[in-house]
Ligand binder design. Structure first.
Ligand SMILES: Cc1cc2nc3c(=O)[nH]c(=O)nc-3n(C[C@H](O)[C@H](O)[C@H](O)COP(=O)(O)O)c2cc1C
Length: 351
């Protein structure tokens, strides 16, 4: 008997295929379809921090002074009608409608006054929260350290608000991702590590507790920018990934498995069962699916589950735990193969 069940952030999942946050999961119909198709868990479409902040401002009756943020107005104009109240309703309805865990998602970039919304998400019944830190540092005045610290502080603030698990979805653009993952992936008690910005009142003296992220979701795929050379203008790049985009997350999951305490969710470029198996062998706890479901439909989940089972049978595995992380660096007899030596071999031709 093949057992595909797994535990993600302490949540029991029937299998490791998670439907990623996207327009597929922005309404109840999509959530039900995902569950009926066999998803192991479902991440709802993200609510933007700006939407929460705009509503907070409106409720405080300061709208005439502060106004809605430009981004919030844009979102409204663009048909993002799912405001913070409707989002809580979606969580409640989704939790009632399906048996698999519902993970709420917030796209955020600051630790401003949106974070108490996390308590409302928990009260609405979400099994966990995924924070998509949508920071694309483009200005030279933004310091790398300050950006890292902002990620730590956002996590810390939300962890202080809720008891449900919190996942962080990050992009790969850090100068030392191993250090960032290490900081986010372990509980720590230490003095504030940095002098620049971001420590709240009273936090600069004495030690502070940093709780680990319950999972790191690697890696966010930022919107792509492209250029139309016929019309000499900027255009949006392809919103959907291709299978060749899997490797960055694959490398980092293989490097981080067993090196940090957070679970690891793989996202970007996972299009079929083979891709999912690769990520599990690297050490992913779960894999998240988006583009492949947009291209092939939700029936892709069932096909992938069947192919994973067939592969497990061929290799005499009866549970995911038997092979998860088998090809991670931590379990390798040749850890150097994951690092610079292979690069040198490739380009110098030594064998
Ligand atoms: C149309 C579309 C909408 C998306 N919306 C969100 C979102 O609201 N929140 C989020 O965290 N990621 C969002 N994503 C990113 C996906 O969750 C996923 O991380 C990304 O597409 C890479 O995975 P894939 O290769 O399986 O597509 C979106 C992706 C697409 C294509």
């Amino acid at each position: 008997m093949i057992d595909l069940s797994t535990t993600y952030m302490g949540l029991a999942l029937p299998n490791p295929l998670v439907v990623a946050s996207s327009s597929l999961t922005g309404n109840l119909a999509g959530v039900k379809l995902a569950a009926e198709s066999g998803a192991g868990a479902i991440v709802l479409k993200s609510l933007f921090e700006e939407q929460i902040t705009a509503e907070t401002i409106a409720l405080a009756k300061h709208a005439e002074h502060a106004g809605h943020t430009e981004a919030a107005e844009y979102l409204q104009g663009y048909g993002m009608t799912l405001g913070p109240q409707a989002y809580l309703r979606l969580i409640k309805e989704a939790v009632k409608a399906v048996d698999v865990p519902i993970i709420a998602s917030i796209n955020c970039f600051s630790r401003s006054n949106w974070s108490d919304y996390a308590t409302k998400i928990a009260a609405a019944g979400a099994a966990a929260i995924e924070l998509n830190i949508g920071l694309l540092p483009t200005r030279s005045a933004q310091q790398g350290r300050a950006i890292e610290e902002r990620c730590y502080q956002i996590l810390r603030e939300v962890k202080q608000q809720v008891d449900i698990p919190v996942a962080l979805k990050l992009g790969p653009y850090f100068s030392s991702f191993a250090e960032v993952a290490d900081h986010l992936g372990r509980d720590r008690v230490e003095a504030p590590p940095f002098t620049v910005g971001w420590c709240g009142p009273g936090e600069n003296s004495g030690k502070i507790v940093w709780h680990k992220a319950d999972a790191l979701v690697l890696f966010n795929r930022f919107y792509q920018l492209d250029i139309d050379i016929d019309n000499l203008e900027l255009v949006a790049g392809n919103p959907l990934s291709s299978p060749s985009e899997i490797n960055t997350a694959l490398r980092w999951i293989a490097l981080l498995h067993k090196r940090i305490d957070s679970d690891l969710a793989a996202t970007t470029g996972i299009h079929d069962a083979r891709d999912a198996i690769k990520q599990l062998l690297a050490g992913a706890t779960v894999v998240q699916l988006c583009s492949t479901l947009m291209i092939n439909g939700f029936s892709q989940i069932g096909l992938m589950l069947k192919e994973i089972e067939d592969w497990m049978q061929t290799h005499d595995f009866t549970s995911i735990a038997e092979f998860r992380g088998r090809l991670s660096q931590a379990q390798s007899e040749h850890p150097e193969n994951y690092e610079r030596l292979q690069y040198i071999k490739l380009f110098v031709g030594l064998e």
